[in-house]
Design a protein. Structure first.
Length: 419
């Protein structure tokens, strides 16, 4: 394979992040003074605990007995046949307990909290997916869970609010500003500042101040490690390309990190939403600039005042105006190609996977799948691995109400191909 990057990735995972949490020009921790000791405590605890045999074996047991790992690798033969000769393989994170990859890092964060003697997990949530995963971890470890959520989101995401409450979490409504994710982040930080001695803040993606981008990568790497071994067992070779959707970047970094040092093309797929205008997409790497928000430095979408810009995607898990600092760095290094797909392309992939494989994917995962379809149509690669990050039950009602059962999307797209 022709390499489009110069760097050698043999020692990459050891070299990055640096001790102060930098990935090249990005990362770090830009914290209010009061929180510096709290994050230092998390950093130091993680550095020792993550090497302990007890921690590692307990996490392995949880993954096997509670989460149902390893999740399968699946060769989507009928889907592949629609687009030519490229073979599409799916890493089935939708079959992970709670229906998405997010539980991989939430169980890691919960176990760390337990080792640190913390009594409470704190987070914010937008669509409620992270809140549900963290509430699950809190129930498992027998600790309290405070989930900060904008009032607008609470109304929109009623089923996830019910799930969190059933699992024993306290959902704390945030009623100022736009009453959505941004305000919830601020409120969760404030809540954490008041009780960081007894609580731990659990970030929901490979974002935030150091050490979170590193910890989330470590906890999600199980996806890539499993997929690589499964792919080799199934086919005898490695895939030509690995594809994942990028919101904050946790499912993507999890699968990418196992392939960085292999002759495999890697693609991160952002949400192009309705189009290229500011506020119409969430393609932070595609359109963003360097900047600091939510206490870390990365590439972000800014409005004309330099504030985080409004973002949009049909997939609520992708609408974040920045991206994990490691993705910004991997872009700089040229190791990962970041590209984007629109709402319509994601919907087409969604309906095709339902109809041709009997799998209802999350809209976020449908972005990765849509890119695999594009790669197949362009005959770019022979075999591609897609991280199917989650299942689509959460999206079904919205999709059916707005787009029906997909007749329009299941028809041949460009008039040049039958499906
Ligand atoms: C939250 C979510 C994403 C996006 O988050 P990342 O941190 O970028 O992985 C993708 N897929 C699913 C199913 C999600 O719930």
């Amino acid at each position: 394979m022709k390499k489009n990057y110069d760097a050698d990735f043999k020692t990459y995972l050891k070299d990055y992040p640096t001790a102060d949490g930098r990935f090249g020009q990005y990362g770090g921790a830009y914290l209010p003074d009061e929180l510096v000791p709290a994050f230092k405590e998390i950093s130091e605890a993680y550095r020792t605990i993550c090497h302990s045999a007890k921690f590692i074996s307990e996490l392995r047991r949880i993954r096997r007995d509670f989460q149902g790992r390893p999740t399968p690798l699946y060769h989507a033969e009928r889907l592949s046949r629609l687009f030519g000769t490229t073979q599409i393989y799916l890493k089935r994170e939708d079959l992970n307990h709670t229906g998405a990859h997010k539980l991989n890092h939430c169980m890691g964060e919960g176990l760390l909290a337990k080792y640190m003697g913390k009594k409470k997990l704190i987070c914010e949530t937008g669509a409620g997916q992270h809140g549900v995963a963290l509430a699950t971890a809190a129930a498992y470890f027998g600790v309290e869970c405070d989930v900060y959520m904008g009032e607008v989101d609470i109304e929109k995401q009623a089923p996830n609010v019910s799930r969190m409450k059933l699992l024993g979490a306290k959902v704390i409504p945030v009623g100022h500003g736009l009453k959505t994710l941004k305000e919830a982040v601020d409120a969760a930080f404030e809540g954490y500042m008041k009780e960081y001695k007894d609580a731990i803040y659990c970030i929901g993606s490979a974002v935030g101040p150091h050490p979170f981008p590193m910890m989330i990568r470590d906890f999600q790497m199980v996806v890539g490690v499993e997929a690589k071994e499964q792919f080799l067992n199934m086919t005898g070779i490695l895939p030509d390309a690995v594809i994942a959707s990028v919101g904050g970047g946790s499912n993507a970094i999890g699968v990418f990190s196992a392939f960085l040092d292999e002759p495999v093309e890697i693609y991160g797929v952002e949400a192009m939403g309705r189009g290229a205008g500011l506020g119409d997409n969430a393609a932070s790497i595609t359109f963003g600039k360097k900047g600091i928000m939510h206490a870390f430095e990365s590439i972000m979408l800014k409005d004309k005042n330099g504030e985080p810009a409004p973002v949009y995607s049909i997939a609520s898990g992708l609408d974040y105006p920045s991206v994990g600092p490691e993705h910004a760095h991997l872009k700089d290094l040229g190791r990962v190609v970041y590209d984007s797909v629109t709402d319509d392309e994601a919907l087409t992939a969604f309906y095709k996977l339902c109809r041709h494989e009997g799998i209802i994917p999350a809209l976020e995962s449908s972005h990765a799948l849509a890119y695999a379809i594009r790669v197949a149509e362009e005959k770019r690669h022979d075999a591609v691995l897609v991280n199917l990050s989650g299942r689509g039950d959460k999206d079904m009602d919205y999709i059916i109400e707005n787009y029906g059962y997909g007749e329009k999307f299941l028809k041949n797209q460009n008039g040049n191909r039958l499906s």
